[in-house]
Design a protein around this ligand. Structure first.
Ligand SMILES: [Fe+2]
Ligand SMILES: [Fe+2]
Length: 321
C-alpha cells in the first residue's frame, strides 16, 4: 500500500473510532437521563442540619478555631457557591457546544446527536442550579452575593479561541467527576438532597468530558501553529479570568459568612477565613482540574514544551498562593 492509501486508511479508522465514541456517549446519555423533579428534587428541600460541600473540597477542617456549627455553615455557603459556579460556566459551555455542533450539521449525524444531547443536558443543569439557588435563597440569611453574571462571563469567554474554550471546558468536566468520586460520594453526612444534585449531575457529566476531548482534539487538528500559539495565550487568559472571579467570590463569601455566623472574629481569624476560601475555590475550580491526570495528559499532548512552560509559569501563583 502506498503512503496516500495508508493515510486514507488511518484517517478512516480515526473517524470510525470517533464515531463509535460519539455513539457510546449517546447510549450512556440515554441510559442515565434524569428529570429535575421526578428524580433529583422529589419534592424535597435542603436540610440545614447537614453539611453541603464535603470537607475534601471546602477545606473547612483547616480552620481549627471554627466550631462544628460554623464549619457546617461555611460548607453550606460554599455549597451554594458551588451550584452557582456550575450554572455560571454552563452558560458558555452550552453555547460553545452548540457552536461546534455546526461542524457536524452536514456530516456525522451521530456526532451531531451526541452534541445536541450534551447542550440539552447543560440547559437542564442550568435550570436545576437556578432552582437550587432559589431554594437556598429562601432558606439562608439574606446578604449572599454572586459576583459574576453568566451572560457577561460567557461573552468574554466565547470571544477567545475555540481551542482554549474547549480546553477549559474539558478541564471543568473532568474535575466535576473527580470531585464527585473522591469527595462527595464517600462523605456520608452530607445533605441528602445536595448530594443527590451532584450525583445526578456527575452521571451526565461523564459523557460531556468524553465529548470535550473529541472536539478539543478535532479543533487542535484544524489549527496552524500560529493559531495554537494564540490558543495557548487565550487559555492562560481564561484561567486568569476564572481566578479573578474566584477571588471576588471568595471575598464576597467571606463577608457573608462572617456577617451571618454571629461570631466575633479576631483580625487573624478573619484573614484565616478569607485565605481559606480563596484556597478552597482555587482548589475546586483550577488546581484539582489541572492536576487531573487525564487533563494533564491531553494538555501535554496538545502543546509544545515551550507552551507548557508558559502555562506552568502562569499557574504557579495560583498553585502556590
Ligand atoms: Fe452540567
Ligand atoms: Fe457538562
Amino acid at each position: 500500500m502506498n503512503h496516500a492509501v495508508l493515510r486514507m486508511e488511518a484517517g478512516r479508522e480515526a473517524v470510525d473510532t470517533d464515531s463509535a465514541r460519539y455513539a457510546r456517549c449517546i447510549k450512556a446519555s440515554k441510559k442515565v437521563r434524569w428529570d429535575i423533579d421526578a428524580d433529583v428534587l422529589r419534592g424535597r428541600d435542603f436540610d440545614f442540619d447537614h453539611v453541603f460541600l464535603p470537607a475534601g473540597l471546602s477545606k473547612v477542617d483547616e480552620l481549627p478555631f471554627l466550631n462544628g456549627a460554623e464549619r457546617r455553615l461555611l460548607s453550606q455557603v460554599q455549597g451554594r457557591t458551588y451550584a452557582y459556579v456550575f450554572g455560571l460556566v454552563e452558560r458558555f459551555i452550552g453555547a460553545k457546544v452548540l457552536e461546534v455542533s455546526g461542524q457536524h450539521w452536514l456530516g456525522d449525524q451521530v456526532a451531531l446527536e451526541a452534541l445536541v444531547r450534551f447542550s440539552d443536558e447543560e440547559l437542564k443543569h442550568q435550570e436545576l442550579f437556578r432552582r437550587i439557588e432559589n431554594m437556598l435563597d429562601a432558606r439562608m440569611a439574606p446578604g449572599y452575593r454572586k459576583v459574576a453574571d453568566p451572560n457577561e462571563v460567557a461573552r468574554a469567554v466565547l470571544a477567545k479561541s475555540t481551542w482554549a474554550v474547549l480546553a477549559l471546558t474539558c478541564n471543568i468536566e473532568l474535575f466535576t467527576q473527580q470531585h464527585y468520586r473522591q469527595s462527595i460520594e464517600p462523605q456520608s453526612d452530607l445533605s441528602p438532597l445536595w448530594k443527590d444534585v451532584f450525583r445526578f449531575h456527575w452521571m451526565e457529566e461523564v459523557q460531556h468530558a468524553m465529548l470535550d476531548e473529541l472536539e478539543w482534539k478535532r479543533e487542535h487538528a484544524r489549527l496552524t501553529s500560529d493559531q495554537k500559539e494564540q490558543a495557548v495565550a487565550d487559555l492562560i487568559a481564561l484561567v486568569a479570568a476564572v481566578d479573578g472571579i474566584l477571588q471576588a467570590q471568595a471575598s464576597a463569601d467571606a463577608d457573608y459568612f462572617i456577617a451571618v455566623a454571629g461570631r466575633r472574629c479576631t483580625g487573624e481569624e478573619e484573614s484565616g477565613i478569607r485565605y481559606l476560601l480563596l484556597r478552597a475555590y482555587r482548589w475546586q475550580y483550577i488546581v484539582s482540574g489541572v492536576q487531573h491526570p487525564q487533563f494533564a495528559r491531553l494538555l501535554s499532548d496538545m502543546t509544545t514544551p515551550a507552551q507548557m512552560d508558559r502555562i506552568q509559569t502562569a499557574l504557579t501563583p495560583i498553585l502556590t498562593g
